[in-house]
Design a protein around this ligand. Structure first.
Ligand code: MG
Length: 395
């Protein structure tokens, strides 16, 4: 039986690679809904003509007239709610929306009791307690698309699912980004172009800058805690922040590891190719038949590992601090980061100002509890305002 798929963020990096997975597995998957921000109408129209989805949704309603004229016949939905609604329409929804805007898709998919293949880590990080409640909806499944968390998900299959977890440590690998090995002083004058030159992964600009500051890894530490931190037997393996470690691995071949109580470490290895973790999240507990990123051992060469430099990359420590505070602290950190990264990309602040902005917003955060999506959205709004104020002061 064909599995129906909705793709939120279809014109982005994750969305286009999801379409590539579906194209490789046409008997297994059928795309019935495409959702996008609406900023790239040409790409969305081309995708809709190729895939012929029943539903097309765009967050920005201003392109309505153009879309009505150019799209093949479909149910066109508009606005944030229209975009989120596609999560309830298919057997599984791949959420590749960029940033906090992905929260509505995450919640709509889980509360409809569908499978969420989650690339939008921000929704899980910022709204952890709210997403955890939605995750308890009968039928709801949350599978990580993030390559590190997909790797950990695979490594955790080495344990007896009905027995004790016996997990000692989750080890997230980080490429180290374009500035690996640089000192704090070296980093004072790096350009946007430098920050966007990622050595191993080709990704969108926001996550590429996050990768250069190690904020991406920091956010992934919080993401790992949300995904796997729950008591063993619920969703997780009962892991706290002390048991989540980061190691720099410049080749991006080992995507993450789990160390068990007897000293064994299980790792997942492949070439850096997002189609693999996307296909894994879509097919689990089965696997797709098409290989993406399989290693050629005759040319692989060496694998290196080194500890992260917390002094040159303070964002990593800030993320651990926000994660340990919990509740809405990660939402504040994430929102401030989205503003600071955009300001850096716009040339308004320097790269080294990014952690300064985050640290000040986190200091001023009042510890509001994450009781509801509204509470999280309010803290997100507050932190954006604070970050914009700091950006203007720094500019
Ligand atoms: Mg990742």
């Amino acid at each position: 039986m064909t599995i129906t798929v909705a793709i939120a963020g279809s014109t982005g990096s994750i969305g286009t690679q999801t379409l590539a997975v579906v194209a490789a597995e046409p008997d297994r998957y059928r795309v019935i809904a495409l959702g996008a921000s609406g900023r790239n109408v040409d790409a969305l129209v081309a995708q809709a003509r190729a895939v012929r989805p029943a539903i097309v949704a765009v967050a920005d309603p201003s392109a309505r007239a153009e879309l009505e004229e150019r799209l093949p016949p479909c149910d066109l939905r508009l606005g944030t709610d229209g975009l989120a609604s596609i999560g309830a329409e298919a057997d599984l929804c791949v959420n590749g929306v960029v940033g906090f805007a992905g929260l509505a898709v995450t919640l709509a998919t889980l509360t409809a009791g569908r499978r969420l293949a989650l690339a939008n880590k921000e929704s899980l990080i910022a709204a952890g307690p709210v997403v955890q409640r939605a995750r308890r909806t009968p039928g709801a499944e949350l599978l990580p698309v993030d390559s590190e968390h997909g790797a950990i998900h695979q490594c955790l299959r080495a344990r007896d699912p009905d027995g004790p977890a016996r997990v000692a440590q989750l080890v997230l690998t980080a490429s180290g980004g374009p500035f690996r090995g640089r000192t704090r002083a070296d980093l004072a004058s790096v350009s946007v172009e430098d920050a966007l030159a990622h050595p191993t992964w080709k990704m969108g600009p926001k996550i590429t800058v996050d990768s250069s500051t190690l904020m991406n890894k920091g956010l992934e530490v919080i993401e790992a805690h949300e995904l796997f931190g729950a008591p063993a037997g619920a969703h997780g393996v009962g892991i706290g922040f002390d048991a989540i470690d980061v190691v720099v691995h410049p080749q991006s071949i080992v995507h993450s590891m789990v160390t068990y109580s007897d000293g064994s470490t299980i790792a997942q290895l492949s070439e850096p190719d997002m189609r693999l973790p996307i296909g894994y999240a879509m097919a689990w507990p089965d696997r797709i038949a098409t290989p993406f990123g399989a290693i050629d051992w005759s040319t692989l060469g060496r694998l290196d590992f080194e500890p992260p430099d917390h002094e040159a990359f303070p964002c990593l420590g800030l993320a651990y601090a926000a994660g340990r505070l919990g509740e809405t602290a990660p939402a504040a950190l994430n929102a401030a980061n989205e503003v600071a990264v955009q300001a850096f990309l716009d040339g308004a602040i320097r790269w080294i100002d990014i952690p300064e902005v985050l640290s000040r917003v986190l200091d001023r955060h009042d510890g509001t509890r994450a009781d509801s999506a509204e509470a999280v959205i309010a803290v997100d709004g507050w932190a954006r305002q604070e970050a914009r104020r700091l950006v203007e002061a720094a500019a």
